[in-house]
Design a protein around this ligand. Sequence first.
Ligand SMILES: Cc1cc2nc3c(=O)[nH]c(=O)nc-3n(C[C@H](O)[C@H](O)[C@H](O)COP(=O)(O)OP(=O)(O)OC[C@H]3O[C@@H](n4cnc5c(N)ncnc54)[C@H](O)[C@@H]3O)c2cc1C
Length: 198
Amino acid sequence: MNKELPGGVKVVVIGGGVTGCSTAYHLAKFGWKDTILLERDQLTSGTTWHAAGLVSQLGPSAGITKIRKYSLELYKKLEKEIDFSSGLKLNGALSIATTQGRWQELKRQATTAQLYDVNVEVLNIDQIKKIYPIINEQNILGGIFMPGDGQADPIGVTNLLAKAARKEGVKIFEKSPVEKILKKNGKVFGVIVDGKNY
Ligand SMILES: Cc1cc2nc3c(=O)[nH]c(=O)nc-3n(C[C@H](O)[C@H](O)[C@H](O)COP(=O)(O)OP(=O)(O)OC[C@H]3O[C@@H](n4cnc5c(N)ncnc54)[C@H](O)[C@@H]3O)c2cc1C
């Protein structure tokens, strides 16, 4: 537990997974430099540690597609700026449909992706077999291929965002479990960490 936590900061981000590190980075990037991040154990010790790391640009809605595309571009940009690898490997991703409902969903997602300039190819079974020759073609109605998708190392992505956040002025404290969020008149005014009010 770090005993040197600063008091009176503007924002306390609780949790050093990929979401917390990204939130802290963006807050500082857009001006809220007086932000700290508190992680109960160590960065990536939550769900982020278990993630397979698939990075897909296609989402079930326009908003999610936009966020995913932005995230991928951000990781590429930060890798250059910070000179730190997030383990990105963009080998492309193939999604297939074996039911009419799924096929309809994939085609709808492909249309949405095109609206946001995400490169996507709608494929028939012959085209799918060219990309993945050993596929069992039984019941396959079609598929979509996203050449710009791939995978990343979730721990690498989180540390990349943490480094970028620190560069923007965020202070990150590990071994700092938040025990309570303090509120007054419906507003958050502090936290309790290791029995002390901040
Ligand atoms: C098996 C598996 C595979 C996955 N595969 C993928 C994938 O391929 N692609 C994909 O995009 N997503 C995938 N996910 C989902 C992805 O891992 C999660 O959506 C993501 O990691 C959530 O991040 P988070 O920062 O919200 O949560 P977490 O990583 O859980 O971070 C929360 C953090 O908060 C800390 N914390 C909790 N309580 C406190 C407290 N009181 N005080 C201080 N700190 C606290 C925890 O220690 C933890 O570090 C997968 C998930 C799993 C389990």
